[in-house]
Design a protein around this ligand. Sequence first.
Ligand code: CP
Ligand code: NVA
Length: 300
Amino acid sequence: MPVRHFLTLLDLSPDELQGLMRRSIELKTKQRAGELYQPLRGKILGMVFEKSSTRTRVSFEAGMAQLGGHALFLSPRDTQLGRGEPIEDTARVLSRMVDIIMIRTYEHEKLERFAAHSQVPVINALTDRCHPCQLLADIQTYIEHRGDIRGKTVAWIGDGNNMCNSYLGAAKQFGFKLNVAAPKGYEPSADFVACAAGHVEVGSDPAAAARGADLVVTDVWASMGQEEEQAARAKAFAAFQVDAKLMKLAAKDALFMHCLPAHRGEEVAADVIDGPQSVVWDEAENRLHAQKALLELLLT
Ligand code: CP
Ligand code: NVA
């Protein structure tokens, strides 16, 4: 059987994704009840990080330990990857020693090359193109607070970045409508937009996107690797802050999400992210539960 990877949300079927959401909620209940559940005893997760991380590293490492397995943190500072060993060779070697691998890197194409040379499942833990693990947590969070997301309207306000691309994939796979408001020149990738055809509208008016939305989502204006564009981006995105006025245009019971880390006073006003509609802490916690369900699916 060919190895199963999770590089984008399209690598799982809509039914598998729904099953993963149910399983994640079950694993969260087990964890909260203090129940020991260790189906991954003896299994090892290799974690390759070429960019910083708080949530992704801790959720994968803690999740693997809770499931009875072990996780190895590998950074380019300490591995031969940082000294130019080809990604293909690294994939061949690591996948002979560990049972599953997650990678956070820059070019999505590098992740695909890694996966093509790996004997074990590879998980996308963020590339410049998408961040599918975050979407598992976001959708779980919506379901827990409001029920099924099918047929609902989600507003994406800001950069058409890796998170926005993943929301496009999720719109298709989970069956919701996505209104994107991005400044001209910062729209999401055309292929993701085409793939979500029938579920997406892309414009540049935050008010139009937010009107009546059940969920409002944003992310940083400058992603990792774009630090030197910060000033130009701050100018381009000035009218794209999610503030209380924008949230008022959304549905009365609309939720607010942000994958974090956040910049209060830039993409989101402090009273929104710290206010009653914000579910960002549940969203962050659900990274743990959703990825445990994903590890279980790919390994058992
Ligand atoms: N949301 C997210 O992926 O956070 P980290 O960068 O801290 O992993
Ligand atoms: N768009 C952000 C997400 C961080 C989790 C970045 O790529 O830096």
